[in-house]
Design a protein around this ligand. Structure first.
Ligand code: AMP
Length: 414
């Protein structure tokens, strides 16, 4: 689904374009229309599914199109950790860049300066406050936080907040909010205690369940961080190093499938290709050879990543990083089927690192980075530092902090 179909304000569409988003993720497709309609929501969605934008986008749209909003702590996003608060604030900054919506991240562990800045923002009012529970509660107790104009409450990673013992702090904050508000609750899991909390906080919520399948535990996953031009030599090296009986190699485009097949064949490696340019007979023939083990190496586009029933594949290679976490899980799921063990290698070029990082986030684990043999020379460094969106820097007021400094009249909530 394209973002243009949600009917968002043009200023927000600019931020979406600038963030490089084209199509909505499944969780966004489900959540956004319901938030726009004003419904309360309980959604089970993990990190990596695009859940942050799923609530930020309709929130920003509502704030910029609602003439009655008083821009004084209109929305409160409560999260378990400062890292998540910072990450969401950065997201917010990117998406709201072309709008006048302001935001602030409020979290523990800052210095006196940060506290003063937070106090100023909370008493004069930012549109969106992204906070950790303990720090927000501390500010509320001081008495200067204006919450009477609040319209939206978002609890993100609610299960983690409860695991960290934040229940009382969250309820303290909620007891200071206007009763008339829209509530969104996101949680990776839905244990009983989350449902119980939801019952107390949400009003007739719509329930959304986006569960991502996890890869089979028996698959040994490794990744090689390389330059694009090192991929083909590395494949040849790996295929010669160990005798794999059945190897499935995935490429994201037909062109790469064809190129790689030619290169391996030229190197005397018995490999063949399957993709949508081949007619049905040819596809079936290649598949039959592979299944009957006459062909040890098959190179494929994603047409083979789902639903194809081939057991005993002992190695899957992702010649390039799959489009998203779901594709990754489906591709590597071709191995270690039917009680067998399997290995999955993924090659990551520098421009694919960000994509692989978000897949790791979705899986909830870091995939082991295998050592590339020294004879391959210098290899890139895997950069795990999250990329910042435009601007922001080390500033705690991520989204146009000028708003509360330059426009004090807002501080009266008028
Ligand atoms: P989240 O699940 O919110 O942590 O998002 C995971 C990653 O997906 C983040 O890096 C987002 O910037 C990115 N993302 C979110 N929505 C989209 C989209 N519609 N298209 C492409 N990337 C997205």
């Amino acid at each position: 689904m394209k973002f243009t179909e949600f009917g968002f304000d043009e200023r927000l569409m600019e931020g979406i374009d600038a963030s490089g988003y084209e199509n909505a993720t499944p969780v966004q497709e489900q959540v956004i229309p319901l938030v726009l309609q004003g419904k309360d929501i309980i959604a089970s969605a993990q990190t990596g599914t695009g859940k942050t934008a799923a609530f930020l986008l309709p929130l920003i749209n509502k704030i910029i199109t609602d003439p009655l909003v008083n821009h004084t702590n209109t929305a409160l996003v409560i999260v378990p950790t400062r890292e998540l608060a910072i990450q969401i604030a950065q997201h917010m900054e990117g998406l709201s860049y072309f709008t006048s919506v302001s935001s602030i991240a409020v979290y523990g562990g800052g210095d006196g300066n940060a506290f003063v800045q937070e106090k100023k923002a909370l008493s004069h009012g930012a549109d969106v406050v992204i906070c950790t529970p303990g720090k927000m509660m501390a500010h509320i107790k001081m008495g200067y936080v204006k919450l009477d104009g609040l319209k939206y409450l978002i609890l993100d990673e609610a299960d983690r907040m409860l695991d960290m013992g934040f229940y009382d702090d969250i309820m303290f904050i909620i007891n200071h909010l206007p009763a008339q508000r829209q509530n969104l609750l996101f949680s990776a899991t839905m244990p009983h205690k989350i449902r119980e909390m939801a019952r107390r906080i949400l009003h007739q919520p719509a329930e959304i369940n986006i569960s991502i399948s996890k890869p089979n535990e028996k698959i040994v996953q490794e990744a090689f961080v390389v330059y694009e031009e090192q991929k083909i030599p590395l494949i040849k090296f790996l295929l010669k190093k160990k005798d794999f009986a059945m190897v499935l190699i995935f490429c994201s485009s037909k062109q790469s499938v064809k190129q790689l097949t030619r290169d391996l064949q030229r190197a005397g490696i018995k490999a063949d290709e399957i993709h949508s340019d081949l007619d049905q007979d040819k596809r079936e023939d290649v598949l039959m050879q592979f299944k009957s083990r006459r062909l040890p190496i098959l190179i494929a586009t994603d047409i083979l990543s789902r639903g194809i029933d081939i057991d005993n594949i002992d190695l899957v290679i992702n010649y390039d990083v799959p489009h998203d976490g779901e594709d990754y899980v489906h591709r590597i799921g071709r191995t270690a089927r039917a009680a067998a063990e399997g290995t999955a290698y993924t090659f990551i070029s520098p421009r694919e690192q960000r994509k692989f990082l978000s897949i790791e986030k979705l899986l909830g684990k870091e995939v082991t980075k295998a050592k590339v043999p020294e004879e391959f020379g210098e290899v890139p460094v895997y950069n795990t530092t999250p990329q910042r969106s435009s601007g922001g820097g080390g500033n705690r007021n991520f989204s146009k902090p000028r708003r509360f400094n330059n426009n004090p009249s807002r501080g009266n909530g008028k």
